[in-house]
Each structure stands twice: as structure tokens, then as C-alpha cells.
Design a protein around this ligand. Structure first.
Ligand code: HEC
Length: 460
């Protein structure tokens, strides 16, 4: 029942460690701030070292439980633990040395500085365990990383072009990037774990301390692959279990490369790689949600006019010219109020006329908005009879018609719209209809969601 206490104490370690650090540094500072030959701060300094020593010990105990229950490797924690114990003992020792009448000689100040140093080292080693050794280095500019002896530029994830991937060289353009990302930090000329360097093809062929790691045509007998599929718990598993693991597809690709002969120059096409394996790496162009065309920004006084007319209006993103206009505070909006919006018809990208008095005819006016991307007409009297008018809004992607009289039949008026992705029709006759009809867009009704017809889909 109380089994959780020790693991919990272990997990409190990252929190507890800040107590001794704070308290001891406070005490150390006081020693250096105290005037020569004065002893005024001494009671406080003693208290700081006592509390510091106690909290350092508690932190050490919790750290030990964390090590026990969270599966850290002994090699990775041992230095941190030793430094932590020295910090605790050092604090107790200084507590006993410092009396209320002690004058701080340079001898004591040196000891105090030594404690500060050990404390810093302990904290730093602890940070390396929880954040990884490269945590601080990673954010430095590449040139400084190079001076510090670290690899410039962090390894990028593998990216494969969707068109023409068959021409990529399997080893150089696929396998090596995967090895660089997952293995190189421990197997490079400077860090030769297992005496194994996998940063070039020649070195890879040489293998490590136990000989060759590749057997062309036989992945299972190739240590390079075989070690990656050992159970995570196995101490020979690569990369070691506390490290980020390669994805399933990355491992599969290494396997197919070895199966196809582990040669340096074969292309993906020649090796007959299944396109499915590559899909997760395909480079996808992000298509922005709002239109790419440029329009002039709306002048500030036009915006304030809109606001005083009762509209909520602002740009969709800071620095964008696209406007979001909503009638959330303008429920009395009717078709004839459209005239108020004419001056910004090119900029409106998001229009919310929900819960207003508009009728079917408003769609004719809306059709004059070339850049409209999101249209909300929830809780209006619209049945969709005139939805066809929206075909003119070529950029429309999202259409909301929840709680309207929209029928399935009327929805077909905008079937085949070139960009429309989703129509929301919760609580509508269309949503309640039991006869699913397929449209070129996704219909969200809360009951079921109809998939798009693949042939009609624009694939990005
Ligand atoms: C965190 C460091 C680290 C990472 C990352 C790492 N390895 Fe290792 N690797 C080691 C250590 C340490 C050894 C030596 C183990 C031993 O001798 O028991 C080793 C040994 C090996 C060996 C055996 C070499 C020999 O001849 O004994 C192979 C093969 C290997 N690693 C492959 C990989 C592959 C493939 C990856 C990436 C998917 C990888 N390693 C990532 C630390 C790492």
C-alpha cells in the first residue's frame, strides 16, 4: 500500500536539490560579505550551513531512491552521487568549524570556496543526467560549439523528397543520416564507444572492438541492426535505453539496406524499397491556412468605424492584413447591414454572422468576398437553398452551419467546391439524415463524419 513512498521521494529529488543549493550559497555569500574582524553574521551563517547540510543529505537520499526506482545506469550517476555526498559532508564539517566567535580567515574562505565548487559540480552533473550532456552546449552558436569540441549543428531528421526518391543513394542519403541522428554522438572519432566509429562508410565496414558489424544481405547477423532490435532492457541494446530511440521506420530502413547488400552506391530504387517505409520522412510543404495573395492592410480608422458599428474586428494574426469580422455583439445584423462591410471585402478572411437576422440572400453578398476562408452562419435562418453562391468564394475552407435548417439536398449546392474542407452541420436536418451522401468535403454532424472521396481530394 505504501510502496509508492520511496519512488515518490525519488521523484522529488529534482525539487529537493534546490534547497541545499539556495541555502548554502546564501551562507557562503554571507561569509564573503561579512566585514573584516566582525562576527555579526555568524549565527545566521551557522544556521545556513546546518540547514544546508540537512537538506543536502535529504536530497542525496531522495536521489538514491530516484536512481533505484527510475532505472538510471550506475555509471551515469556515480560521479554526481559522490560529489553530492562530498557536498553534504563538507557542509556538516563547515557547520562544526564555524562558531559564533569565528573570524573568517583565508583558510576557512578557501574551504568555503571549495564547497561552492563541489556544489556547482554536483549540480552540473545532475543536470547532465536529467537533461543530457549536450543540454547547455546545444543552444550555443555552432562556431562556439566547435571551439568547445562539440559537433557543429545538431543532426537533422531525415527528410526525403516525395518525388524522385528512387534516385537517392541508400547509404549516403538515408542510412548515414539515420546513424548520424541516433548513433553518432557515441560512435565518432572523438567518442569511440565500443571502438566503433560509424561516421563514414569505410569506418562502418571496419566495425568495432568485436569485429565487423555488417553482414551484407543478412540484417539479423549484422550487429549494426541486430543490436537495435534487442529488447530495450538488454544491456547490448543500441542505442542504450536511456537515450532517444530511433523510430520503427528508421530501423526498418537500416534493415532493408543491409538486406539489399549494404553497398555504398545502391539507390533506393535499385534496392526496391517499399514507398510505405519512406512516407514518414516525406518532406511536406506547409500550406498556409489563409490565402497567399497580398492585400493592403485595413486603415486603422476603417477598423474603428467597423467597431463602432458594432462589429468585432481584428486581424487574424498580428501583422497580417486578413481580417476577422464577427457579429458576436451585433445580433441585430440583417442583410441590409452588409453595406457596412463593403469597404473591407477584400480583407475579410474570417466572417462570423452566427445568431444574426440574415436570410438566404446574404449568401449573394458573401459571394463577393474573394478571400473568405472561414464562414460561420450558425443559428441563423439559413436552409442552404442558395449555398451555390459560395462557389465564388474560391478560398473558402471551413463552413459552419450548425443549428440551421440546412438539408442534405441543399448541401449539394457546394459539392465540388475547390477548397472547402469541412462543413459543420450539427443539429440540422442534414445532420440528422440517415442516408449518408458523399461530398467533396468532410461533413461534421456530430453523429458521423463522412470521409472525403479520395478521387476528389486535393492531395497536398
Ligand atoms: C549513449 C551512447 C551510445 C549511443 C547513442 C549508441 N551506442 Fe552503440 N555502443 C555504445 C557503447 C558504450 C558500446 C560498447 C558496449 C560494450 O562494449 O559493451 C557500444 C557498442 C556498439 C556496437 C558494438 C561494437 C563492437 O564491435 O563491440 C555496435 C554495433 C553499436 N554500438 C551500434 C550502435 C548503433 C547502430 C547505434 C545507433 C542506433 C548506437 N550504437 C548508439 C554506446 C552508444
Amino acid at each position: 500500500m505504501l510502496d509508492f513512498i520511496l519512488p515518490l521521494l525519488g521523484r522529488l529529488h529534482p525539487l529537493l536539490v534546490h534547497l541545499p543549493i539556495g541555502i548554502l550559497i546564501f551562507g557562503i555569500l554571507l561569509i564573503f560579505m561579512q566585514k573584516k574582524n566582525s562576527t555579526g553574521f555568524n549565527p545566521v551563517i551557522r544556521l545556513a550551513f546546518l540547514l544546508g547540510a540537512i537538506s543536502a543529505t535529504l536530497a542525496g537520499i531522495s536521489g538514491f531512491f530516484q536512481y533505484q526506482f527510475e532505472g538510471f545506469a550506475w555509471e551515469s550517476v556515480q560521479n554526481h552521487l559522490i560529489a553530492g555526498v562530498i557536498s553534504s559532508i563538507g557542509s556538516f564539517y563547515l557547520f562544526t568549524r564555524i562558531k559564533d566567535e569565528t573570524i573568517f580567515t583565508s583558510n576557512i574562505k578557501l574551504q568555503v570556496l571549495a564547497l561552492f565548487l563541489v556544489l556547482t559540480v554536483t549540480g552540473h552533473l545532475g543536470g547532465n543526467i536529467s537533461r543530457g550532456e549536450e543540454y547547455l552546449i546545444e543552444v550555443l552558436p555552432a562556431e562556439i560549439q566547435a571551439i568547445a569540441g562539440y559537433e557543429a549543428a545538431p543532426e537533422k531528421s531525415l527528410e526525403i523528397p516525395e518525388q524522385g526518391w528512387e534516385e537517392l543513394v541508400f547509404y549516403g542519403e538515408v542510412v548515414q543520416p539515420i546513424l548520424n541522428k541516433n548513433c553518432k554522438s557515441c560512435h565518432n572519432p572523438r567518442n569511440l564507444k565500443g571502438e566503433f566509429n560509424l561516421t563514414t562508410f569505410e569506418e562502418l565496414l571496419k566495425g568495432g572492438e568485436n569485429g565487423e558489424v555488417l553482414k551484407a544481405g543478412n540484417p539479423e547477423l549484422s550487429a549494426l541492426f541486430a543490436k537495435m532490435i534487442l529488447p530495450l532492457e538488454d544491456e547490448d541494446h543500441m542505442p542504450p535505453k536511456e537515450k532517444r530511440q530511433p523510430s520503427k521506420e528508421e530501423i526498418e530502413l537500416i534493415k532493408s539496406w543491409i538486406a539489399a547488400g549494404a553497398s555504398q552506391n545502391t539507390t533506393l530504387g535499385q534496392a526496391g524499397v517499399d514507398e510505405k517505409l519512406l512516407e514518414p520522412f516525406f518532406h511536406k510543404e506547409e500550406i498556409p491556412f489563409y490565402p497567399l495573395t497580398e492585400v493592403a492592410a485595413v486603415p486603422a480608422d476603417t477598423l474603428s468605424k467597423l467597431r463602432s458599428a458594432g462589429f468585432f474586428s481584428e486581424t487574424v494574426l498580428q501583422g497580417s492584413s486578413w481580417l476577422k469580422v464577427s457579429c458576436i455583439n451585433f445580433p441585430g445584423f440583417t442583410d441590409s447591414d452588409w453595406i457596412l462591410l463593403k469597404s473591407v471585402k477584400d480583407q475579410i478572411a474570417y466572417l462570423d454572422l452566427s445568431a444574426t437576422q440574415v436570410t438566404e440572400e446574404i449568401l449573394d453578398s458573401i459571394s463577393s468576398l474573394p478571400n473568405l476562408t472561414v464562414l460561420k452562419l450558425n443559428q441563423t435562418g439559413i436552409s442552404g437553398r442558395n449555398l451555390e453562391a459560395l462557389s465564388n468564394c474560391k478560398n473558402l475552407k471551413m463552413l459552419y452551419l450548425n443549428s440551421t435548417q440546412l438539408s442534405l439536398e441543399n448541401l449539394s449546392g457546394i459539392n465540388q467546391h475547390p477548397n472547402l474542407q469541412k462543413v459543420f452541420a450539427f443539429q440540422t436536418p442534414a445532420g440528422e439524415s440517415k442516408n449518408p451522401v458523399k461530398f467533396s468535403f468532410e461533413l461534421e454532424t456530430g453523429n458521423y463524419s463522412l470521409p472525403k472521396i479520395p478521387a476528389d481530394t486535393i492531395v497536398y
